[in-house]
Design a protein around this ligand. Structure first.
Ligand code: AGP
Length: 609
């Protein structure tokens, strides 16, 4: 949603803040700012635009002798992108940066205005600063003021805070939005996620819900619901600065697509013991699986699409009734929870507010929960009863690829594990399934990536169009959903996924001469049906690109272009198709010279509902 960062120590703070903000820009980039503590007090520099705009301001008017600062890069919620709405926000003796949303900010704003407080911006954050300053004016104590102020707030927040009377000190508090502390050789840091701090240190601590932190140049102290201070239990991250950089690729998205083979292997191999699917390392035993009679998958966006694909695999392989729900809808139409219901929430970032809210609803309803998360130590990972991590590594591009891909691979392995635990498949079948996921899938991705030039050529037929359709049946319809989202979110071309058999019931009226239709047909049993749907649209002028198995009967007679998929296993054809739709989206957006890694209007992690 937004990115916040802070530092206090013995080194020059300003370059640390700006360097960290460059990494955090993927969380939101419509405005940016820094509050720097010097002997003259706290200087705030902020503006609409990306980090480069702030750096230009700082070059013109450098901030000298600063060893304590906080910074922010914004994805607008309350109040559009503007200099005045940019963070940090000052109110009286308090300056803060905020990630999240204060849901009751209007009520609090009215209360402050009755106290003669005036506001410059349209943001909920400035209201939070005013409430905090009001409490601070009464108590004079930062920690007490933070406790009193946050007790008045509803919603989600991660704050980095400076108080005028406490030079060199930074306070932090989090509820509902992520916040990391870190310990460096030259001081202490806070940030929305660890990737921003990798250039400085590998020692980190994830603040827990409701936890407060007090940073000085030589110390970091935590305060929980009680008053007892404690020192963070520091962990060492496995990430490296390089893993958060592009590694020679033109875009993070392309790098992350190419990382998929390794990401799949890292994500599934911990779940294979003696060749058999096994989630005991995640605290999930065969007995646990045997109790599962019904699965509700809940997620947003691409994670939801991974759930659609995984849900079909769970039903087809494990025979467990599985439904997938959009997280923001889940609470308002809660599905009937029969005995043996398991709720599986999926989130790459582990901080998506809609998904977190659905998880909390499921837990309040007394349902067992498992989360599938990529970002280690995040809220969704920690609040679910059990967490199955995808080990895809940091995903920087806003459009997820390896995050989605590894979510599908883990769901695939879960289906194999459940089928084996319930005796639906024997050891031999289970071993073969596990092998296909761990070996055929990565190889299929690699082989498809070797055909990148072919896919780039195809993107020429897509880039100039206004409307594009994906069609498929069964598992392929589920896959089409992600293909459509990937394409539209980075190329800005309207793209829709449609059940192949449903198109003729109305929407086919939108097909015009040259309208691209991308047909996915990995399921051999459904090929003929989808092929006839292809003929229907082609006879009305559509330009058809068909993804089909190498053994499909004469696809060239019905499609304009064909992308052949391996037939070695379902996993092979599925992951090949997945890679093809990702590359078609990437190549189309790149051909249009768009900002592939940071598409307009989007953010990597949407931590507001
Ligand atoms: C993916 O390309 C999109 N950027 C978006 O749909 C994303 O999948 C969704 O916001 C869910 O994010 P999460 O996996 O971090 O919860």
């Amino acid at each position: 949603m937004c990115g916040i960062i802070g530092y206090t120590g013995s080194a020059n703070a300003v370059p640390k803040i700006t360097k960290g903000l460059e990494v955090l820009e993927y969380r939101g980039y419509d405005s940016v700012g820094i509050a720097a503590r010097t002997s003259d007090g706290v200087t705030t520099v902020k503006c609409r635009g990306r980090i480069g705009s702030l750096e230009e301001k700082l070059e013109r008017n450098p901030i000298e002798n600063c060893t304590c600062a906080i910074g922010h890069t914004r994805w607008a919620t309350h109040g559009g992108p503007s200099d005045v709405n940019a963070h940090p926000h000052r109110a009286g003796r308090v300056v803060l940066v905020h990630n999240g949303i204060i849901e009751n900010y209007k009520v609090l704003k009215e209360e402050m205005m009755k106290k003669e407080v005036t506001f410059l911006s349209e943001t909920d954050t400035e209201v939070a600063a005013a409430v905090l300053n009001d409490c601070y004016a009464e108590t004079g104590d930062p920690m007490t003021a933070i406790r009193q102020a946050t007790a008045k707030m509803k919603g989600s927040y991660a704050f980095g805070i400076l108080f005028d009377e406490f030079p060199g000190e930074v306070w932090a508090v989090r509820t509902g939005s992520p916040l990391i502390l870190a310990k460096g050789q030259d001081g202490y840091y806070l940030a929305s996620d660890m990737t921003a701090l990798l250039p400085f240190t590998k020692e980190y601590y994830c603040l827990e819900e409701g936890q407060l932190a007090h940073l000085t140049p030589t110390s970091a102290v935590l305060y929980g619901s009680d008053e007892n201070p404690k020192v963070p239990d520091w962990s060492i991250t496995a990430m490296t600065p390089e893993s958060a950089q592009k590694g020679g690729f033109k875009h993070f998205m392309l790098k992350e697509i190419f990382e998929q083979p390794e990401a799949i292997m890292k994500s599934v191999s911990p779940r294979i013991v003696d060749g058999l699917p096994n989630f005991s390392a995640d605290g999930i035993t065969a007995d646990f699986w045997r109790q599962v009679k019904n699965i509700q998958i809940v997620a947003c966006g691409s994670a939801m699409h991974a759930g659609l694909v995984g849900g079909r695999l769970l039903e087809e392989i494990a025979g467990v009734p599985t439904s997938s729900y959009i997280a923001s809808e889940f609470r308002y139409h809660p599905p009937l929870a029969v005995d043996g219901t398991l709720v599986v929430v999926i989130s790459q970032s582990g901080e998506t507010a809609d998904t977190l809210a659905a998880l909390r609803y499921a837990k309040e309803s007394g349902l067992p929960t498992v989360s599938i998360v990529n970002a280690v130590g995040t809220t969704i990972a920690r609040e679910a009863d059990r967490c199955v991590y995808t080990y895809a590594g940091p995903e920087i591009a806003v459009a997820t690829t390896k995050g989605y891909c590894t979510q599908v691979s883990v769901l695939y392995m879960m289906a194999a594990a459940i089928a084996h635990a319930t005796g639906r498949i024997d050891d031999t079948e289970a071993r073969d399934l596990a092998r296909s996921i761990a070996e055929d899938a990565p190889k299929a991705v690699l082989d498809m990536l070797e055909r990148s030039e072919e896919l780039r050529q195809m993107s020429a037929r897509l880039a100039a169009r206004e409307h594009i359709f994906y069609i498929g049946r069964g598992l392929d319809y589920a896959m089409s959903q992600e293909g459509a989202l990937k394409l539209k979110e980075i190329s800005y071309i309207h793209c829709e996924a449609y059940a192949a058999g449903e198109l003729k019931h109305g929407t086919i009226s939108l097909i015009e001469e040259g309208t691209p239709v991308i047909a996915i047909t990995t399921e051999a049993a459904l090929y003929d049906k989808t092929e006839s749907n292809v003929r229907e649209v082609r006879s009305r002028g559509a330009y058809v690109i068909m993804l089909c198995r190498e053994d499909a009967p004469n696809p060239e007679t019905s499609a304009d272009e064909v992308i052949y998929l391996p037939t070695k296993s379902t996993a092979a054809s599925l992951f090949a198709a997945m890679t093809a739709v990702q590359m078609l989206a990437y190549e189309t957006a790149d051909r249009l010279d768009l900002d592939v890694d940071r598409p307009r209007n989007l953010a990597k992690s949407v931590t507001v509902e």
